[in-house]
Ligand binder design. Structure first.
Ligand code: C2E
Ligand code: CA
Ligand code: CA
Length: 408
């Protein structure tokens, strides 16, 4: 087996209470070319090493069952320090329990390379080391995390026409065809570059201004949709609708007007509402959803699996699409627990006779799994990231050209 060339540059910390196993792991790493390997007999000793600036560590390989501080407590303390070090957990626990430890680590925000069953072998270790990436530096053009804006800032940006949708394709898993694209709001900020939605959706929602953004995104999405249609492309555009908008019974008419003004029809659009909004008991919201559907808009249940709704609640509204939340899709091929949720969500979509979409497909393994589970549509970085309009159109043209070549 080839050794990744970078192993000799990486600094390891092995945390294992069992002397013989610890020595074996250290020997294995050294055999693979590692030059720097620190060792600790439990989580507490490991934290001591990590606090020592003279002993920097890139990857921790830790046992889960250890006396005094076990691997789970160790992960929690690591998360509390905001550490971005990568970690590989090793254990003799049963696979289902390893899955829940992996989920816990991810929820804690730990950079987990993987969880492996004992004994650790080079064959298990090397693919995980191959997936190691140094902690990312914040990118200057995309400095959006932690940013908050006042509603006035955002309104000013909207008046300056600085908001636009980026587009991310949705692909038919059975045929590979492009079936549509989701429009995702972006702020082309004069000083900060491209700002992503988490920084501006909430101030708009909290101040009753979110509809203004919806209209901008819908109108620009309608322009793109009209361009597609003019060239014979039969695909839909999905637009996100805030839960806060649903109480306004006038929005269905306004949305219809906006798309018709661009020469396209409501049936060329899918409006996405989160599962928690979809399970609403509010009369106005139910009226809005029914009217949108009556006008011909497709309706999607977004982030499905996070809102604890019942099939009975969801079947009251004529939804056309079920969009499974990315938390169940990312790495599903590695987690039995995610697969169970995927299977039951897909079964529910089939029972309701609605289209199923998996978002957050980042790897070929997850793409293949969703195809085998007969999910209808796929969306995610594995296919393409959200792109500005011109890049999207170019991407779609190239994709279709390859598709045609592949079929000939
Ligand atoms: P969402 O509707 O769940 O959109 C999917 C998010 O997942 C997008 O983030 C998208 O860029 C990201 N994503 C797509 N593929 C992958 C993948 O393979 N892996 C991972 N990790 N992420 C992936 P984005 O664009 O930052 O949008 C975040 C949220 O902001 C959206 O979540 C949606 O709730 C909201 N949003 C976006 N545009 C609008 C809008 O026009 N109106 C409203 N009300 N909300 C919007
Ligand atoms: Ca969405
Ligand atoms: Ca989602």
């Amino acid at each position: 087996m080839d050794k990744p060339t970078h192993i000799n540059c990486l600094r390891f910390l092995v945390t294992e209470d069992h002397d013989f196993q610890r020595a074996t792991m250290i020997r294995m790493l050294e055999g693979l070319g590692a030059q720097t390997v620190y060792a600790a007999a439990d989580g507490r000793a490991a934290l001591g090493i990590l606090q020592d600036p003279s002993r920097p560590v890139d990857i921790i390989i830790s046992d889960i069952e250890m006396p005094s501080m076990d691997g789970m407590e160790f992960v929690r303390h690591l998360a509390e320090t905001g550490s971005r070090i990568s970690i590989i957990l090793v254990s003799a626990l049963e696979p289902a329990l390893l899955d829940s430890v992996a989920t816990m680590s991810e929820v804690y925000g730990i950079n987990l390379l993987g969880v492996v069953e004992k004994p650790l072998t080079p064959a298990k270790l090397l693919p995980l080391l191959g997936s190691y990436m140094p902690p990312a530096e914040p990118r200057p053009g995309n400095r959006t995390s932690g940013l908050t804006f006042t509603p006035d800032d955002v309104v000013q940006g909207m008046q300056n026409n600085e908001f636009e949708p980026f587009f991310q394709p949705k692909i038919d898993l059975a045929t590979g065809q492009i079936k549509g694209a989701e429009a995702l709001a972006r702020w082309r900020h004069a000083k900060l570059g491209i700002v992503t939605p988490y920084a501006f959706i909430k101030p708009l929602e909290d101040n009753g201004l979110i509809n203004e953004l919806t209209w901008i995104i819908l109108e620009k999405a309608a322009v793109l949709c009209q361009n597609w249609r003019a060239t014979g492309v039969d695909a839909t555009v999905s637009v996100n609708l805030s839960a806060k908008s649903l109480g306004d019974v006038t929005i269905a008419d306004r949305a219809t007007q906006i798309v018709c003004d661009q020469g396209v029809k409501p049936s060329h659009f899918v409006l996405e509402v989160t599962e928690s909004a979809a399970a609403t008991q509010d009369g106005n919201a139910l009226e809005t959803l029914a009217r949108l559907r009556m006008k011909g808009f497709g309706l999607s249940i977004d982030d499905y699996g996070t809102g604890y709704s019942s099939m009975q609640q969801l079947s009251r509204i004529a939804f056309t699409e079920l969009k499974i939340d990315q938390s169940f899709v990312i790495d599903a091929a590695k987690h039995e627990s995610s697969r169970v949720i995927l299977e039951s969500s897909l079964e529910m979509a089939r029972k309701l006779h609605i289209t199923s979409v998996a978002e957050g497909i980042e790897t070929e393994a997850d793409f293949e799994l969703l195809r085998q589970l007969r999910c209808d549509l796929a969306q995610g970085y594995f296919i393409a990231r959200p792109m500005e309009r011109t890049d999207y159109l170019k991407w779609a043209r190239d994709y279709r050209a390859h598709e045609t070549v592949a079929k000939v």
